[in-house]
Every structure is written in C-alpha cells, then in structure tokens.
Design a protein around this ligand. Structure first.
Ligand SMILES: Cc1cc2nc3c(=O)[nH]c(=O)nc-3n(C[C@H](O)[C@H](O)[C@H](O)COP(=O)(O)OP(=O)(O)OC[C@H]3O[C@@H](n4cnc5c(N)ncnc54)[C@H](O)[C@@H]3O)c2cc1C
Length: 265
C-alpha cells in the first residue's frame, strides 16, 4: 500500500466535502478496494470511509418500491424479511455473494460503483430497471452501467440508495466460478407488474452486464422453457477467458434462463 490519509465521517455532507480533496476516494466495505490498494493498483490521497454514516444504511419499502441504502451490506440484504417478501430474487442474489466475510462487509453501493463484469448486483439493478440515487441526482440503471468497471458516477459522487421497483416475481440463478465465487454467467429474471419479463445477465458479456432482448420478448409472450429453446443467444460480444469461451457462456445464458423459468413456474 501507499500512504494515505483516512477519515471516517458520520455525516454524508462531511463525506461529500472530504471527497472533493484531490485524489480522495470513497471506501465502502473495502472488499474490492482494499485488495486493490494492497497490490498498489490505486493510490488515493485520502480514503473516506462511508461505513460510519448511518443514513446510508437500511432497507425500506415505499409503496411499490424497495429502497436499499448504498451502505447496506450484502448480509443485511440477504437477511431482510422486507427484501424476501418484496423481491425474492434479491435475497437469493445477496446470499450467494462470496462468503460470510464478504457479505458482512461488502455493500450494494460499493458493488455497483465498482461494476465488476462478474458482479451479481448489476444484473438485478438492470433487469428491474432500478434507480440509483446519489448525493447529487438520480440515475436510471440503463444509463448507469457503461462497460467494464465503468459507471456514469462523477468523481466524488456517493451512491446513497438504490430504488427497486417491486416485480410480481423474481429469481437469481448463479453459475459461479468455484475459486472466486464470482459469476461465470448468471441470470436475474423478473416478471414485472406490467406483464413483461426482463432478463439481466452478468459474468458473460465482454462489456459487462446486459439485458437480453430476445429472451425477454420470447418469455413475455410465452413463459416457458421451450420459449427459451427457440431463442438464439449469440456468442458474439461474450467474454473469452481461461474460465470459458464465448460459446460456453452463450450456452450458459440459456441454461441459467431456463433454470430461472423453472424456479418461477
Ligand atoms: C473473496 C471475494 C468474493 C467475492 N464474491 C463476489 C460475488 O460472488 N459476487 C459479487 O457481486 N461480488 C463479489 N465480491 C465483491 C464484493 O461484493 C464487494 O462487496 C464489492 O465488489 C465492493 O463492495 P464494497 O462495499 O466492499 O466496496 P469497496 O471495495 O470499498 O469499494 C469499491 C469501489 O466502489 C466505490 N464505492 C464504495 N462505496 C461507494 C458508494 N456508496 N458510492 C460511490 N462509490 C462507492 C469505491 O470508491 C471503490 O471504487 C467478492 C469479493 C471477494 C473479496
């Protein structure tokens, strides 16, 4: 690690001010950032630890929305009765992230700000059409994820909450890479209130998370495994690495979508 200043404010406005310092960076649960610092791949001048800000934590239902604070841990989401009753797919997703240590520290804000192409949350955020609330504005999920490790967040902008529309039903089907436990290819599937079906895919795309329109159209018309069979999922644009070829990942998109359909049937 390189030397840096460290501050742990208890007030969001103090954190936002501290993040205006040249080279300052927010620290969520540290599950990604701390290893990055240890490898000297980043050199922030100041780390602004958000974990002391209570207003960033918590889960609440507001009408037809579920609002999760940006500093809420994966463990808190996994264990929440409000989440389980409103968006069961989010319970599945959060409970499958990493291991208990990672879930105890890692946060939803840190996960989507990082936008790792194999991270779990981006698939749910995109599939459900969530809104990302920051200290400065609201950002639609469709505008938020902008490719590998890239989002539309400005420097120093803090994710304060993620607002999820509550679907009729949802599920997260994860095919994990056994060593890292990140997604090799996973699917978040939601039946929305307007009758449409939405499919978010993580781990597969060379540009990160995406929705699969062909699967969405087929399943919105006919919610069945045979409808998935009728869709061609192209290997073009899929990741290619030592864990799997593009063709392997394209096949997994269909396999995991079928599992999602049978989980909700
Ligand atoms: C062994 C291991 C296994 C894992 N397995 C999985 C897995 O299966 N699925 C999965 O999805 N993830 C997995 N993760 C990653 C984990 O989910 C992390 O929680 C996540 O990547 C980062 O969240 P964090 O809160 O720890 O953020 P940090 O590591 O603290 O920060 C990550 C980035 O987000 C920024 N940031 C943090 N909080 C905010 C905020 N509120 N607003 C704006 N920017 C912010 C930071 O500045 C930094 O750039 C794993 C991690 C480990 C170590």
């Amino acid at each position: 690690m390189y030397n840096f200043e460290f501050t742990r404010p208890t007030d969001l406005s103090v954190a936002v001010d501290a993040l205006k310092t040249e080279g300052a960076q927010a620290l969520g649960g540290g599950q990604t950032l701390i290893p990055v610092l240890k490898q000297r791949l980043a050199a922030p001048t100041t780390l602004v630890d958000l974990s002391g800000i209570e207003s960033l934590k918590g889960i609440r239902r507001m009408g037809d929305m579920l609002v999760i604070g940006g500093g809420t841990t994966h463990g808190a989401v996994a264990g929440s009765g409000d989440v389980a009753s409103a968006i069961a797919g989010l319970t599945e997703l959060a409970s499958k992230i990493g291991d208990p240590q990672v879930r105890n520290r890692g946060t939803i804000g840190g996960s989507i700000a990082n936008n790792d192409p194999a991270a779990c949350y981006p698939s749910a955020v995109l599939a459900l059409g969530a809104t990302i609330e920051t200290n400065a504005r609201e950002i639609a999920a469709a505008d938020f994820f902008q490719g590998l490790y890239t989002t539309s967040l400005e420097d120093g902008e803090v994710i304060t909450a993620v607002k999820f529309p509550i679907p009729v039903a949802s599920t997260y089907q994860k095919f994990e890479q056994p060593a890292s436990r990140f997604s090799l290819t996973s699917v978040f599937l939601a039946k929305m209130q307007d009758g449409s079906v939405r499919v978010g895919v993580t781990g597969a795309g060379a540009d990160g998370v995406f929705r699969h329109e062909g699967l969405e159209q087929a399943l919105s018309a006919d919610f069945s495994a045979s409808a998935v069979d009728g869709v061609s999922v192209s290997a073009q644009g899929m990741s290619n690495d030592l864990h799997g070829t593009p063709e392997y990942r394209a096949n997994l998109v269909k396999v995991m979508t079928k599992r999602a359909v049978s989980a909700l049937s």
